[in-house]
Design a binder for this molecule. Structure first.
Ligand code: 8YV
Length: 327
């Protein structure tokens, strides 16, 4: 008998077809509103799940799912997983790194450019019919080329953004990370390691690419915003909750920093209402990795993890490999 697989939300039909060769698939191609109870109940009836990085798999859920053996996230972030709890319950966790690195770095740069050069703000001005004549200082923005780029979170995506900045835009790149990169990696990114305060004080553009955890909650709040330059831009392509959105809305309204580019929000898809009111915030609905090719590659990587686990007791990108059967 094939193992049973729950696919939590709509994904590409060709990936579902691939999975059907290996699993009894319960596909949710209509994007259900999972209540915590419905989610736990559905998961408890399956051996495996393909999740989107937002469905909780924690101690309480796992206690109700003794059958479950693997959850494969279609995302690089995995703050929906309590990995130690999954390890205790012998449930393998996998994520989908690498295949989204360049696409997400592109988007980080797009938000940075849009915020610094006031792209969406000026577009709204045209659409609302305000443009009467050309003006010298119309929507004067902040330079990107030759400025200082500060990156907090220097993993694969952070490094890909650093390379764009250093090599493409002649930026001075500074970064802060839990651990310092090797000298070779620093040289490849032309990036210098600095403390968080120093970074916030020196950067013209700050990009957040760190994973969300209890420790990174509100990495940027009122105190940190006060350290930034009034001309600075702040970009978050990582996770909601890394910025204190209420404090950011206040700082943007007061001109304490110049602009923000935000792809992720605290409590998304709900937004802090004050963020909707400030004109100097570029807002996008968590689309950093969203090109068809990349999202398809992420879905296929999640599927590859599921198939490898049941076929060979291995996985391509395990987060708790100690759960895998020993060879
Ligand atoms: C995902 C993301 O597309 O990979 C991540 O961590 O934030 C996005 O690329 C999103 O989480 C939906 O799965």
């Amino acid at each position: 008998m094939k193992p049973s697989l729950l696919v939590s939300r709509p994904i590409y039909p060709e990936v579902i077809d691939r999975l059907k060769n290996h699993f009894e698939v319960t596909a949710h191609q209509t994007d259900p509103e999972w209540t915590p109870q419905a989610w736990t109940e559905a998961l408890s009836q399956h051996d495996a799940a393909l999740t989107m990085g937002i469905e909780p798999v924690n101690e309480q859920v796992l206690a109700a799912c003794p059958r479950l053996r693997i959850c494969a996230n279609l995302s690089v972030g995995y703050n929906n997983f309590d990995v130690p709890a999954m390890t205790r319950h012998k449930v393998l966790a996998t994520n989908a790194p690498d295949v989204l690195t360049e696409t997400t770095a592109d988007f980080g740069f797009a938000l940075l450019m849009a915020a610094a050069r006031r792209v969406t703000e000026s577009e709204r001005y045209i659409r609302e019919g305000h443009w009467q004549k050309w003006a010298l200082e119309s929507f004067a923005g902040m330079a990107v080329h030759g400025s200082t780029l500060g990156i907090i979170g220097m993993g694969r995506i952070g490094q890909a953004i650093a390379k764009r900045g250093a090599h493409g835009f002649n930026m001075r790149v500074i970064y802060h990370n839990r651990s310092r990169l090797s000298a070779t990696d620093e040289a490849a990114c032309k990036a210098s390691y600095v403390g968080k305060h120093e970074l916030l004080q020196q950067a013209d553009h700050v990009v957040l690419v760190l994973p969300y955890s209890k420790e990174s909650h509100h990495t940027i709040g009122a105190t940190e915003l006060a350290l930034m330059k009034p001309s600075a831009t702040l970009v978050n392509i990582a996770r909601g909750g890394i910025i204190d959105d209420a404090a950011l809305a206040k700082a943007l309204a007061a001109g304490q920093i110049a602009a923000a580019g935000l792809d992720v929000f605290e409590g998304e898809p709900k937004l802090h209402p004050d963020l909707l009111k400030v004109p100097n915030a570029v807002l996008t609905p968590h689309i950093g990795s969203s090109t068809r090719a990349t999202r398809l590659a992420m879905a296929n990587l999640a599927a590859d993890n599921l198939i490898a686990f049941f076929n060979n007791g291995t996985a391509l990108t395990p987060l708790n490999p100690e759960v895998l059967p020993q060879p």
